[in-house]
Ligand binder design. Structure first.
Ligand code: SF4
Length: 206
């Protein structure tokens, strides 16, 4: 066995299945990153600068720099440099935390919010490719990806995401309907693997 539930077939050439999957994921990551560079927009954003804008927008409020570092699994100097550039571009501003004057909070300016709205429009090329998947493959891929993300989160290899699998409102396999077996207590509705969230504004850690 190679990993859980994956059988090695001796006469198939190349890396074992786990290696093949990891190479495939790396290729997909490259494609997403390349699209991010292509989508630099009028402010010539790097992928990290774009990630910071989307994070501040998604959290709906100002964040400490340390929170940005943790959420993006980056390093303080790297985020600090990116924030400096974003402040120069007048997309991010800083203010004192009203609860603790020693702490600086970073938030989006009106131009930053405009930029977040532009960035929220997903790449047509990537969206078209994902939309071309068979619905069953799409659901299986989303299910597999969320489980892999949780494994990596447990091993502290990636930052914690606001996803269904770690949400207190998520009730897996609550219904007999094979297409919509799960239940979201937040909206009190059943849903299927194809609707699993890897980022959700209503997530509450379990
Ligand atoms: S609130 Fe969001 S993250 Fe939580 S179970 Fe419902 S859809 Fe999933």
């Amino acid at each position: 066995m190679c990993g859980r539930g994956v059988k090695l077939v001796a006469d198939v050439p190349g890396m074992p299945p786990t290696g093949q999957l990891l190479v495939g994921l790396a290729r997909l990551g490259q494609a997403v990153r390349m699209e991010a560079w292509r989508n630099a927009g009028p402010h010539h954003l790097s992928p990290l600068q774009a990630d910071i804008i989307l994070l501040l927008h998604g959290r709906g409020g100002a964040l400490r720099q340390g929170e940005i570092v943790t959420a993006l699994a980056s390093t303080p100097p790297t985020v600090s440099d990116a924030v400096k550039v974003l402040r120069k571009k007048e997309l991010v501003d800083a203010g004192r935390d009203p609860g603790d004057a020693r702490v600086m909070l970073l938030g989006l300016t009106p131009a930053g919010h405009d930029e977040a709205a532009r960035l929220a429009i997903q790449s047509e090329k990537l969206t078209d490719a994902v939309s071309a998947l068979d619905p069953a493959d799409f659901a299986a891929m989303l299910r597999g990806m969320t489980h892999l993300m949780r494994e990596l989160q447990d091993r502290r290899a990636i930052p914690v995401s606001q996803m269904c699998l770690t949400c207190r409102f998520f009730v897996p396999q609550a219904h007999a309907d094979p297409l919509r077996p799960h239940h979201c207590d937040f909206v009190d509705a059943p849903f299927g693997d194809a609707e699993l969230r890897v980022t959700c504004p209503d997530h509450d850690p379990a």
